[in-house]
Design a protein around this ligand. Structure first.
Ligand code: 6MZ
Length: 382
């Protein structure tokens, strides 16, 4: 690892473009955080015309660059006002997948919080059906979201295998993306609502749902509220990932690491004993550089824990978190890591390639992804 490289803006742009050509794996992306600004503005304008919101009040909120952690969660509330009807949920799902695929993300785990909204006849199930409709309506690229028989841990349990859209045009020149879904529990929810989400995830296993995420404003609620639901998810063979250490809540961090989730997101506020525990556990960490800086969870990339974890060869994967909210992309995150940490293309390509080991899908998908990376390594002469 060398020291930080200062790039001119044209060098940074060239680096980003190079990263667009590289296959990548995205494991930490929130659906409603990944919506295009242009779509949000269009939706806001429409609601403004109907008199439901004042467009001029929300336009600058959508376009604002830097946001504190508190502002980010206020923005999510606004985004949810704009996006949460069935048709729009379907639309944003389709667009988000096509956006990731367009920059050569070959495997995407998309997470979203199933929402209930009685006033528009939306249940958590119908919300998720709208998401699945979004997967089915992807047209610009080939999509595989049909789970394979071992996408979960318990091969004996029944998997309702409905082949909704399992296309493979290898050799046709079309891009192909694997998509799997994680259902998020929001820290504002009750224990019962969390259990409902886990049961829904189990019922939707045949439609690409592979796991559960715990997210939401880290300053709200107690993670122990969700322990029963998370334990049940794990017993039933769903994968579990937790947002861990976004705020300095040491008791919670310690308990989350003891739970041994299959992955954690962020891991910003760990203390020395927590790092020791994390490293010995080998739990892979989903790293979101731009998000951490923009929300000021980490004050500067010079002191980002990426460096220490990379040196320790701890399993890690670079992710976007909320590409819309933070105006980023996975290619930007790789080029940022390259300049901030002085890593070469070869080292970071290897990091992207190693991410395949941490996906929540079966060996068949892993094998296909490994082949994609091998072929890219040859073409890119890495
Ligand atoms: C914690 C986050 C998050 O689920 O409506 N979310 N939770 N930390 C973060 N880092 C900044 N970014 C997003 O997507 C939006 C929701 O994802 C969670 C929040 O609960 C947010 O409301 P969905 O698709």
């Amino acid at each position: 690892m060398e020291t930080q490289k200062i790039l001119t803006s044209s060098e940074a742009e060239e680096e980003r473009r190079w990263w667009v050509t590289v296959p990548k794996v995205e494991l930490h992306a929130h659906l409603n955080g990944s919506v295009r600004d242009s779509t949000l503005l269009e939706l806001a304008r429409r609601l403004g015309e109907k008199g439901r919101i004042a467009f001029s009040d929300v336009e600058h909120v959508i376009l604002k660059g830097d946001r504190s952690c508190r502002e980010v969660f206020k923005l999510f509330d606004l985004i949810h006002v704009l996006t949460t009807d069935h048709k729009t949920v379907t639309r944003i799902t389709k667009e988000v997948i096509e956006d990731f695929a367009s920059e050569n993300v070959v495997y995407l785990e998309l997470r979203t919080t199933p929402k209930r909204n009685d006033s528009i006849g939306m249940s958590k199930r119908s919300y998720m059906e709208a998401v699945i409709n979004g997967l089915s309506s992807v047209t610009e690229v080939d999509i595989d979201f049909t789970p394979h028989s071992t996408d979960h841990h318990d091969p004996a349990s029944s998997c309702n295998s409905i082949a909704v859209n399992n296309v493979d045009h290898q050799g046709s020149g079309r891009k192909k993306i694997y998509v799997r879904l994680l259902l998020s529990i929001d820290r504002r929810e009750t224990a019962e609502a969390a259990m409902e989400t886990v049961k829904l995830a189990l019922e939707m296993r045949g439609l690409g749902v592979v796991g559960i995420d715990l997210s939401g404003n880290p300053s709200v609620g107690e993670w122990s509220t969700y322990l029963a639901a998370l334990q049940f998810a794990r017993e039933q063979g769903l994968y579990v990932t937790l947002h861990c250490g976004e705020v300095p809540n040491y008791e919670e961090i310690n308990a989350m690491l003891d739970f041994l989730p299959q992955r954690i997101g962020h891991a910003c506020f760990l203390r020395e004993p927590d790092w020791v525990k994390l490293k010995s556990s080998k739990i892979p960490v989903e790293i979101c550089l731009t998000s951490n800086i923009m929300t000021d969870t980490i004050s500067s990339l010079d002191i980002h824990h990426f460096v220490d974890l990379y040196r320790a060869k701890h399993p890690m994967v670079l992710c976007t978190d909320d590409s819309g909210v933070f105006s980023t992309s996975l290619s930007k995150e790789y080029s940022l890591a390259s300049s901030a940490f002085g890593l070469g293309r070869k080292e970071l390509f290897q990091l992207a390639r190693d991410s395949v080991e941490f996906i929540f899908a079966d060996g068949g998908v892993k094998q296909e992804l490994k082949e994609i990376f091998s072929s890219a390594a040859g073409k890119l002469e890495l």
